[in-house]
Design a protein around this ligand. Structure first.
Ligand code: G4P
Length: 294
């Protein structure tokens, strides 16, 4: 299964980011903690060169904690500052101020040497769609902050959120584009819902997801979708297919959730949709789709 997706407006988004990045000191790059590699656009390294960098591993509430820690160490080994956050609940957001000061130490020091004191750090939040950029900006900014902009000396048209005496945040995030050249990355992005489910075959995607789950988190699907009182493998379908085991499990999900088409045939599309809803809402537990090579 090969997913190709490149919306035309991404070209415009890239141009905008190239403009905005000139105005800032720090790039706050948001990644989905369940897939920190696939949700990252490596072009950010070129775009954000000479800027301080902070990686936010967001949606940490949905990710496997031990693997999130591995990712944190991996990014730190690449000289990046990292925090783990749940932007939806706000957990972890408070650490940001301290880490931002740390990430911008060199800029603050440079300013000080030039006799510039207390010039606020200007930061931009960036990331691919759906990683939680808006949620983070809203959660971080809270209600107490004030917006500034269109004042003399402030770049025209840009809105800055004054977070504190030391930090201003550009209120429009930089939208990066997902990288689909690697088919594995495309699949993982589809699992978490970055790509609209309507443009991909949910059923086929579900078979890939089931394969991943059986390899990396064995037992989780059985626990949730198989009856606990009867012997588990009552169904066996898809004989001869390279997806025989996955087809059997998808049929069992359909059976357990009464997904039927006319004529009592199992509705596998519907079962696939339920499976992805459960995964994306964290009902299958804390799951990470990829690990770093340490
Ligand atoms: P974007 O600006 O990067 O495109 O992402 P956005 O903030 O719109 O967030 C995308 C979805 O991810 C939203 O869910 C949001 O609530 C959810 N989200 C953001 N951060 C976190 C997090 O740390 N943990 C979890 N579990 N979810 C997070 P939605 O279903 O599209 O909207 P809503 O139902 O929350 O309103």
């Amino acid at each position: 299964m090969n997913i190709q997706w490149y919306p035309g407006h991404m070209t415009k988004a890239k141009r905008m980011m190239q403009e905005d990045i000139k105005l800032i000191d720090l790039v706050i790059e948001i990644l989905d903690a369940r897939l920190p590699k696939s949700s990252r656009n490596p072009d950010i390294d070129e775009l954000g060169k000479n800027k301080a960098r902070l990686i936010v591993l967001n949606k940490a509430d949905l990710a496997d904690e031990a693997v999130t820690e591995e990712w944190k160490q991996w990014f730190e080994s690449k000289q990046m500052h990292v925090i783990t956050v749940n932007a939806r609940s706000g957990a972890g957001i408070r650490q940001m101020d301290k880490v931002i000061q740390e990430a911008c130490k060199e800029k603050i020091e440079r300013d000080r040497k030039r006799g510039i004191l207390n010039r606020p750090i200007r930061a931009m939040v960036a990331g691919i769609p759906n990683v939680g950029k808006s949620t983070l900006i809203n959660g971080y900014a809270g209600k107490a902050c004030t917006k500034t902009g269109n004042k003399p000396g402030v770049t025209k048209g840009k809105q800055w959120i004054k977070m504190s005496k030391t930090l201003e945040l550009l209120d429009t995030p930089g939208i990066l584009w997902p990288k689909f050249e690697d088919p594995e990355a495309g699949l993982r992005l589809a699992f978490v819902g970055t790509i609209n489910d309507q443009i991909i075959q949910t059923e086929e995607l579900a078979l890939e997801f089931i394969r991943f789950m059986e390899q990396s988190y064995p037992g989780v699907l059985k626990e949730r979708y198989y009856p606990q009182t009867e012997p588990a493998d009552t169904l066996f379908l898809g004989a001869g297919s390279q997806y025989a085991n996955e087809i059997t499990i998808l049929n069992q999900i359909a059976l357990s959730r009464s997904c039927k088409k006319k004529g009592d045939e199992p509705d596998l599309e519907k079962a696939a949709a339920i499976l992805f809803d459960d995964f994306r809402q964290g009902k299958l537990g804390k799951i990470t789709l990829e690990r770093p090579v340490l």
